[in-house]
Design a protein around this ligand. Structure first.
Ligand SMILES: C[S@@+](CC[C@H](N)C(=O)[O-])C[C@H]1O[C@@H](n2cnc3c(N)ncnc32)[C@H](O)[C@@H]1O
Length: 275
């Protein structure tokens, strides 16, 4: 039986369900119309990044791209609350490795965008982002190694989702040092890692090295549009606690704390550089 015929037969047996579907569709149409008329008061719908830029950061093209950004925003907020902090209280926030805006675009509806800056090595993504979202404080292309253009102690909060999950060990160190430089004393950061939840991607030998050293850098094919060094890194919690403490106080590590996948590391810049 063809689908429309099946539907027709279902509804002829149950005219009430046809009426209720019709009513629901009508309601949805009205809501959508109201939504479009509200958005059009602002002259345009929010621009959506091109498909290949979304795939570059998320590995796929899917309808919940921005929903993920928004959900992860609330993951950060939830983690910060543990320290009595809130994204809504910071005056200056940096998204380190912002890509084409999976986080920053939904964030711009939740916080004043003038408080938010973003930086990434991906020139094409930043070019698109700058042209389409002039509302942010700043969008910049940084080099593969530090420094960024930002002055010492610029930001209250820096977050970096899925960046330290891709860097070789030495690059991780120089970037942690740089992020520590640009965060205000007493300011915080949340950076994600591939923790235990991701160790099953490694073979036995790699896992042994990871467990001995605490860090493993897996070389595979390059990601289209990104440099060769951009691979996949894994961290144990002990390694993060030990090594990242050179640059920050490591306040907490929340397993699968962002997107129910990557570990989230909450760090605080020491008030006095005592190490
Ligand atoms: C998996 S994507 C995540 C992007 C974004 N944070 C998100 O969650 O949608 C990783 C991003 O890190 C950027 N990246 C890699 N190395 C970087 C570096 N040293 N400095 C800034 N961005 C970097 C890449 O260009 C890419 O946009």
């Amino acid at each position: 039986m063809e689908f429309p015929q099946a539907l027709r037969s279902l509804f002829s047996r149950n005219p009430d369900s046809l009426a209720s579907v019709g009513k629901r569709v009508e309601e949805l149409e009205i809501r959508l119309g109201q939504f479009i008329s509200l958005v059009s008061l602002k002259d345009q719908l929010p621009p959506i990044p091109p498909k290949h830029l979304q795939i570059r950061v998320a590995g796929a093209y899917y309808p919940t791209f921005f929903q993920h950004g928004k959900d992860m925003f609330y993951d950060l907020e939830d983690f910060l609350k543990r320290e009595g902090l809130s994204l809504f209280d910071f005056d200056s926030i940096l998204d380190f490795g912002c890509g084409c805006g999976r986080f920053m675009i939904p964030m711009s509806f939740l916080l004043p965008p003038k408080k938010i800056s973003g930086t990434d090595i991906d020139k094409e993504a930043i070019q698109w982002f700058k042209a389409n979202y002039p509302c942010f404080n700043d969008l910049d292309v940084n080099g593969f190694t530090p420094p960024t253009k930002y002055a010492d102690a610029t930001f209250d909060f820096v977050f970096s989702v899925s960046i330290f999950t891709h860097l070789p060990e030495e690059m991780q160190h120089v970037w942690l040092k740089e992020l520590s430089r640009i965060i205000k004393p007493g300011g915080c950061g949340i950076f994600t890692t591939h923790g235990e939840n991701h160790f099953h991607h490694l073979n036995q030998a790699a896992r042994e090295e990871l467990m001995t050293k605490g860090f493993y850098y897996l070389m595979r094919d390059a990601t289209d549009g990104l440099p060769e060094f951009y691979q996949t890194s894994f961290h144990t919690g002990e390694y993060v606690q030990r090594e990242w403490s050179r640059y920050f106080d490591v306040l907490a590590i929340r397993k699968k704390g962002v997107g129910k996948s990557q570990d989230a590391v909450l760090v605080k810049k020491r008030i006095k550089a005592d190490r």
